[in-house]
Each structure stands twice: as C-alpha cells, then as structure tokens.
Design a protein around this ligand. Structure first.
Ligand code: ATP
Length: 480
C-alpha cells in the first residue's frame, strides 16, 4: 500500500470514529481485536445498505423469499457442510515473533509490493502460482514460494518460518447448563446453511417453484487469524446471502445471470465501474462448478466484496445424507424429482459499508469568492443509503423560524430520516452535514415567512437554489 493510500485509509478510519459511524468494540477497555460497534450514523447507514439489498432481492424478484434463521444450528449441520473438516486456512508462523499469517495473505501482500514497484508481470505470475498451489493443497510448494520470494515477517523482519498448517476458523461454545451434558455447538461461520436446512420448509410453505431463491441477512463468526484492516476482516460480521435453486443443467446460465446482476446492483448505486473487477477462481472447491469474486478497489487495493458461486447439488445432498431426510423437488414441467443445483450470491454487509465509505470520503479544497481557500470533508454517500436525508436549518433561533423548520420536519419524517439544528453559523452546520453525507440541507429564513420558499443546498455540488417549501418532500423522495 502506498503512503498516500495508507493515509487515506487511516483518514477514513478516524473520520468514521469521529462522526459516529464505527467505534472499536468495548473501547473503554482498549477494544477487542477485529470487533467493531456501529454508532448513530453507522447503524443508519448499515441498516440502509441491508434494506436496499433486501428490497432488491426479495421485493424486486417475485421468485425470491427471505428467512431469518438462528445463529445456533444443530452441530451436525457443520459436519454435513464440510466446515468441521475443511473450514480452515493454510497458516504459517514466524518462529522469531510467534506471529501467525494466512499464507495467501502473505503472498498477496508480496504481489502488491511487486506491482507498486512496476513489476506487474512478476506479481501476476506469483498470484497464478499461488492459486495453482492452493488448488493442489501443495503446502510444501507454497512454503517454497514464500522462501523464494524472501518474504519476511512484518514484526521480526526474519524469514524463519514454520511449516504450513491448517487452522479451523469456527468458534465453538457449549449448549446446556451442566458441563457433562453440554453439547459443543458452533457460532455459524456463514448464513447459507440456515437456508439449506430450511429448503423444504420454505419451498412448501411459500409454494415456490424452481427456479427460486431464498435470501437471508445476519451475523456470522470466524476466528480470523489476520484480522486487521478495520472492518474489512472482522471476527463477528454480517452477511447478506441468497441461494438460488435451479434445475440441474441450467446452472451455467444462472451463474452468468447472477454474476452480471450482482455487478449491476453495485453500479446502480452510482459507484464507478472502473473501481470494480471480477476475479474468477482458479482454486475451486471440489463440489463447485464455477466461482468468482466481485472485487472493489479499496484504499488497501482491489479486494473481494462479494462472491458468486455455482455450488452444484452439494449442500442439499450432504444434508440429505446426514439428516436422512429427502431434500428434493418435484418438477411438474418435466415430471421429475431432483435435488436442485444452487447458485449463491454472498456479500459482506460490513465490507459493503467500508466500500461505501471508501467511495464517499473526499477531502476537498474550495476557493472562496474572495480568492482565499477553504476545505471540507464530504461523504458522497449515495442518497438512498445516506444516514440522514434532509437537514432542516433555521437561520436564526427566533422570529418563528424554528417553528417553520419543525413543520417541514414533521411533514417529512414519516417518509425519511431528517435532522434539525439551530446552533452555529449556517456554514458550520453545512460542513457537519457534509461530513456525515446528508445529501440535502434546507435553510429557513425570513423570506420563507413571506413567500413560503426555502434555500435547498445540494451536498455534492454545494449549489443552492430557492424553491417552494412544499416541494422539498417530493424532491428528496425522488432520490430514494
Ligand atoms: P476472504 O477470502 O476475504 O476471507 P471468503 O472468500 O472467505 O473471504 P466468503 O466465505 O465467500 O468469503 O464470504 C462471503 C462474503 O462475506 C465475502 O465476500 C465478504 O464480503 C464477507 N466476509 C467474509 N469474511 C469476512 C470477515 N471476516 N469480515 C467481514 N466480512 C467478511
């Protein structure tokens, strides 16, 4: 990461804390590593992203319904899904610092370093070798790659590495009151399994016909080893997943459909296309037919924000086998019973939140009319996701102006989130709203009393215009 990018990332983290978006968890006790809390504006933004995803999946697709499954699941779920045996990452320890690293992260960081030096071809070759070795689970080959590349530990600075080992990422806990009776259960590492085990419940009760999808948002937990990079990689995070069940043989076309549809969802938010790219997987899980990541150019480089996976009938077949319950669908169009194939779209809510912050954050230098310069931090959050949509600011605290402001807020607040503020100069109040990404500010002044017009100021352009107060609500609603 260049110093400039690093500075930008640090600036976003500080801004997120200062303006009530994200706080370190239990900060008064010095925080808990890779766990974060969302503040007043952060929780609004997070909820808006979740609602927007939920609406685009369930409301805009007649053949997708939602569920809300529990975090705790029967422990056999995780045997069947393969997580007990396989949900692990290859890790390597540095003997001098005792620091543990994920092997793919060490090699990816090296590739980034090479790219920064202009050695793009070498970087690409390194990533390709890594993907091939990971696919073959060739740990010796991976260790050789680390040695050849002279990769050092960031703490000790040495190349004194252990062998590579697998490390399971699931958190376990006990269910039951007495230790002897207690069963070991896991905190779910993904929301998807809650969908698979409910496949028949949902299909029957909502009378769904293949192809159809089941969507879910909720917490997931992973004991991540390399857990830095702010909310990019957390130990407790939230996922938004959708499993789309299709007739075997049609999975290729549905995979392509969702791969495209999901990228379009991102672009429709107004985030530039050149900030995105696909990364098609070379290393496929043994059951997977195709898989790709949608990557975004975060200040820490291009990284995965969402995965699209063609999972065959693996999950339902496994649960069928372990539960001894049939998880099949009778397709009346072809008069056949089958276990549907699945296309999964899986996006991290917190990672999407970081994406929105990364896209939105801008330090802007402004030239004033008298030639002097000024600056502002503006969060260009898409209006539909902004924590507050409209700030209403009476010019003074007297002459009935606050009362008019309240009137406007009362007519708007059933429809979207508003904010009232009467303290400080208008300029300062505008700056505070820019910093939390409020797309519209309205100022109520003495002219309002005479002709019912107000000044509306647009966050991104700072353009101000005078319009009728009773047009404000629809103007804001048009952006939702
Ligand atoms: P990575 O390679 O970054 O560990 P993954 O391939 O394991 O991610 P998936 O299992 O496909 O991720 O999970 C789907 C999505 O969930 C990811 O695209 C990401 O947005 C999000 N996600 C996964 N792990 C985390 C985490 N530790 N913190 C925040 N979000 C996460």
């Amino acid at each position: 990461m260049s110093i400039q990018q690093d500075n930008r990332f640090q600036a976003i983290i500080s801004h997120a804390k200062e303006y009530g978006f994200v706080f370190p968890s239990s900060e008064i006790y010095d925080g808990l590593s890779a766990v974060y809390d969302y503040g007043p504006y952060g929780s609004e933004l997070k909820k808006n992203i979740r609602d927007h995803w939920w609406k685009s999946m369930t409301q805009l697709h007649e053949n997708i319904v939602g569920i809300d499954a529990a975090i705790f699941m029967h422990p056999t779920t995780w045997k069947a899904s393969g997580h007990v045996d396989n949900f692990s990452d290859p890790m390597i320890d540095n003997r001098d610092s005792n620091k543990r690293y994920r092997v793919d992260h060490l090699l990816e960081a090296k590739a980034d370093e090479l790219k920064e030096k202009g050695q793009v071809k070498e970087a690409d070759e390194l990533l390709l070798s890594m993907d091939t070795l990971l696919a073959a689970e060739d740990f010796e080959g991976l260790k050789n790659l680390i040695t050849e590349q002279k990769i050092t530990c960031s703490v000790s600075g040495t190349t004194n590495w252990t062998d590579i080992r697998q490390f399971n990422l699931m958190f376990s806990t006990q269910l039951g009151s007495v230790a002897e009776e207690a069963d070991t259960i896991y905190l779910r590492p993904e929301t998807a399994q809650g969908i698979f085990v409910n496949f028949l419940n949902v299909q029957k009760t909502a009378r769904m016909k293949v192809p159809f999808g089941i969507a879910q948002t909720g917490k997931a937990f992973r004991n991540e080893i390399v857990a830095r990079q702010f909310i990019f990689r957390m130990r407790e995070f939230e996922q938004m997943e959708m499993q789309f069940f299709v007739r075997p043989g049609t999975e290729g076309e549905w995979y392509r459909y969702w791969k495209e549809a999901r990228l379009q969802w991102h672009l429709a938010l107004g985030i530039p296309a050149d900030k995105y790219r696909y990364h098609d997987h070379v290393k496929l899980a043994h059951y997977a037919k195709e898989a790709c990541d949608i990557e975004y150019e975060f200040p820490i480089g291009f990284k995965e924000v969402e995965g699209i996976h063609s999972r065959s009938d693996f999950d339902l077949t496994q649960h069928q086998q372990y539960s001894k319950k049939k998880l099949q669908y009778f397709d009346t169009e072809i008069n056949q019973n089958y276990v549907p194939y699945v296309i999964e779209t899986s996006i991290g809510l917190d990672r999407m939140f970081l994406l929105v912050l990364s896209h939105a954050y801008e330090e802007e230098t402004l030239t004033k009319e008298d030639g002097s310069s000024d600056s502002r931090v503006v969060m260009r959050i898409p209006a539909k996701l902004a924590p507050i949509k409209l700030a209403v600011l009476p010019l003074t605290k007297k002459d009935g102006l606050p009362e008019i402001a309240r009137e406007l807020i009362n007519s708007c607040k059933p429809h979207f989130k508003c904010f009232f503020e009467e303290k400080d100069t208008i300029g300062k109040r505008y700056r505070r709203q820019d910093a939390i990404g409020t797309p519209f500010c309205v100022t109520i002044d003495h002219q309002t009393k005479e002709d019912g017009t107000v000044t509306i100021r647009h966050r991104d352009t700072m353009v101000q215009e005078r319009i009728k107060m009773d047009e404000i609500k629809n103007l804001v609603l048009a952006q939702m």
